[in-house]
Design a protein around this ligand. Structure first.
Ligand code: NAD
Ligand code: TYD
Length: 367
């Protein structure tokens, strides 16, 4: 089975979101002839402005097409897959807290949407087998370390059982299990990536790092869940996007690849570093009621991806400092991203928590 290479035509679903738009911008900036069609529903998290750098560059713009639509709609998806050499699926509802408040959209996109994409790829795989097209399209299903559930000690390897614990993680696990089943049953050329917690520019301000940076810039309280002792392994968005491209071009069909960040930190320590970078006091931090079912720790082993030839480039302290600087310099972007249902969501998620909050214990490593 041949894999797509530079110059291919890619269908990038969810390409107006945080990681998908970085993938699109960075791949087009390689100037290797790759053509990209972005299919994005433009939910509250999708933002056409995330693609402005590519759309404003005539050479890149000539290789980029934007289609607004839903991956769960076969009428939109089918013709786009006919024209694609590969599908890279970033589209998902991506926020754990919203999945706890309202899981329906997570299942619609994460399960039905993935099914619609797989069916379209299946038809094209059959056409390739019948000699009606050169090569079956490859599909990359972008998944997450959260499918492993909370990892008390050690590091998850790709062969570990999945044990998702939030509606978000369960929808992601369902999507990737469907993708693997289509590989086994119908011979689809599927590869799966499991990325760890990602940070960087264009990250929606609902997530920990951008929420705390933007609230701190406004001198608003920073709602730290529970004792803040949860651990995440932080991966810069440019490394995550490049690792996905590496798996697209070099991964083996049917295989799953962890993409760790190799920067495991306690939330409290991340928050302390953000405050230090902004010269803001720890007194902004409030200890609030915990997220139900909050996973204590994620940590993955990256041996398989290293063996495939990929190594991350961005070191966490430098990446975080650059990210904080980006938010300082792009106030217009993040204020606009706090549009739509932001005020209602923020009140639902945080009003009672903040009203009943307590002083938070300081960081363990002095930030
Ligand atoms: P995001 O929420 O910023 O972007 C998701 C994008 O998908 C948005 O542009 C949205 O408009 C679009 N979308 C949502 N539903 C759609 C639908 N039905 N049809 C078409 N488009 C739709 O998310 P992100 O952080 O960029 O995450 C991208 C992918 O990476 C997701 O699959 C997520 O599960 C996965 N992932 C994220 C992280 C992380 O830390 N952010 C880590 C590992 C894996
Ligand atoms: P988040 O950015 O939502 O990513 P994920 O749930 O995918 O790991 O959260 C990262 C960590 O930060 C997680 O342990 C939950 C915590 N957190 C808070 O303490 N307060 C908040 O307001 C948010 C959004 C997250």
């Amino acid at each position: 089975m041949t894999v797509p290479g530079p110059g291919a035509h890619l269908l990038v679903t969810g390409g107006a979101g945080f990681i998908g738009s970085c993938f699109v911008r960075d791949l087009l900036a390689r100037r290797d002839g790759t053509r990209i069609t972005v299919l994005d529903k433009l939910t509250y998290a999708g933002n056409r402005a995330n693609l402005a750098a590519a759309e404003g560059d005539p050479e890149a713009a000539a290789r980029l097409t934007f289609v607004r639509g839903d991956i769960a709609d076969p009428g939109v998806v089918d013709p786009l897959v006919v024209a694609a050499d590969a599908v890279v699926n970033f589209a998902a509802e991506s926020h754990v807290d919203r999945s706890i408040l309202d899981p329906a959209a997570f299942l619609r996109t994460g399960v039905d949407g993935v099914y619609v994409l797989l069916e379209a790829v299946r038809r094209e795989t059959e056409r390739a087998a019948g000699g009606e097209r050169d090569r079956a399209p490859r599909m990359v299903q972008v998944s997450t370390d959260e499918v492993y559930g909370s990892v008390a000690e050690g590091w998850s390897v790709e062969t570990d059982a999945v044990a998702p614990r939030s509606p978000y993680a369960a929808a992601k696990a369902a999507g990737e299990l469907l993708a693997s089943a289509y590989h086994v049953t119908y011979g689809l050329d599927v590869v799966i990536t499991r990325g760890s917690n990602t940070y960087g520019p264009f990250h929606h301000p609902e997530k920990l790092i951008p929420l705390f940076v933007t609230n701190a810039l406004d001198d608003l309280p920073l709602p730290l869940y529970g004792d803040g002792g949860q651990r995440r392994d932080w991966l810069h968005v440019s490394d995550h996007a490049a690792a996905i491209a590496h798996v697209l071009f070099h991964g083996s069909a049917g295989e799953t690849y962890n993409i760790p960040g190799s920067a495991e930190r306690e939330n409290r320590d991340v928050v302390a570093r953000i405050l230090a970078l902004l010269d803001k006091p720890w007194s902004l931090v409030r200890s609030v009621a915990d997220r139900p079912g909050h996973d204590r720790r994620y940590a993955m082993d990256g041996t398989r991806l290293t063996a495939l030839g990929w190594t991350n480039r961005v070191e966490f302290d430098e990446g975080l400092a650059a990210t904080v600087a980006w938010y300082r310099e792009h106030e217009e972007w993040w204020r606009a991203a706090r549009g739509g249902d932001w005020d209602a969501y923020y009140a639902r998620q945080y009003a009672v928590r903040l009203a009943t909050s307590a002083t938070a214990d300081g960081p363990t490593e002095g930030g």
